[in-house]
Design a protein around this ligand. Structure first.
Ligand code: GRF
Length: 229
């Protein structure tokens, strides 16, 4: 992505629920670690907690965009695209946005849509990353940031963080530990874009060397972070 290093990125966040990942972006931005600002939040669930959180944080534009009865995915995504284009974001961040995006939408913003997934991709794609990690008997859990393509949870992986599954873990306990990693990984990934350090080579995202966050954020005990953190 071509960005002027001296300019802060404009982020559009799409969220459907609790909004804790959106919050992690707002917080790191406030702390001065992130050279990016959330300028727009769009939700398909206007009653969701993420809406109030965005308002409380002073996000300039917070848009409720519930799907209309019987509306096709393509029609919804066209409305979403219009709202996004009006704000001209540098990056669109899916932070718990519980809709699958149409190929046309993914093409329109190709290379500029980022997702966070609560599992170590390419394993355990889909809506239940944590549950499927446990049911699959995996010994490592974690989270992944990746660029979004038309195939669900399948675009180029940017960063990953992993931790050991404990024998006593249930879905809630594991989700809580992974969420702490998510709150580090998502803003960190955005910062790599802000520093123009992500390059795609044959469909693989490479992270160029540069400053790290390792000395700036509290690392989660036992966690392993991929190159670029
Ligand atoms: C996170 O676990 C994220 O990985 C997944 O949806 C959840 C959203 O949580 N895509 P929150 O709304 O950011 O708290």
């Amino acid at each position: 992505m071509a960005t002027d290093a001296s300019r802060r990125l404009r982020l559009a966040v799409l969220a459907s629920g609790r909004g804790s990942n959106m919050d992690s972006l707002l917080q790191k931005s406030r702390e001065g670690l992130l050279d990016a600002d959330v300028t727009l939040v769009v939700t398909d669930k206007p009653e969701a907690p993420c809406v109030q959180k965005a308002r409380d944080a002073g996000v300039p534009a917070v848009v409720g965009l519930p799907p209309e009865t019987g509306e096709s995915r393509t029609a919804y995504d066209a409305r979403l695209q219009e709202d996004l284009e009006a704000e001209a974001p540098d990056l669109i961040v899916l932070a718990g946005f519980m809709r699958i995006l149409s190929p046309a939408f993914c093409d329109a913003f190709s290379g500029r849509i980022l997702n966070i997934h609560p599992a170590l991709l390419p394993s355990f794609k889909g809506a239940h990353g944590i549950r499927d990690t446990l049911r699959g008997g995996a010994k490592l859990a974690g989270c992944t940031t990746h660029l979004v393509t038309a195939d669900l949870d399948d675009g180029p992986i940017v960063l990953q963080a992993a931790l050991a599954v404990r024998p006593e873990d249930d879905e809630d306990a594991l989700a809580a530990r992974v969420l702490r990693l998510e709150h580090q990984l998502l803003p960190r990934t955005v910062q790599l874009f802000a520093e123009d350090r992500i390059r795609l080579e044959d469909g693989i995202a490479r992270v160029a060397p540069g400053p790290s966050w390792k000395d700036h954020v509290e690392t989660v005990e036992g966690a392993i972070y991929s190159e670029g953190f």
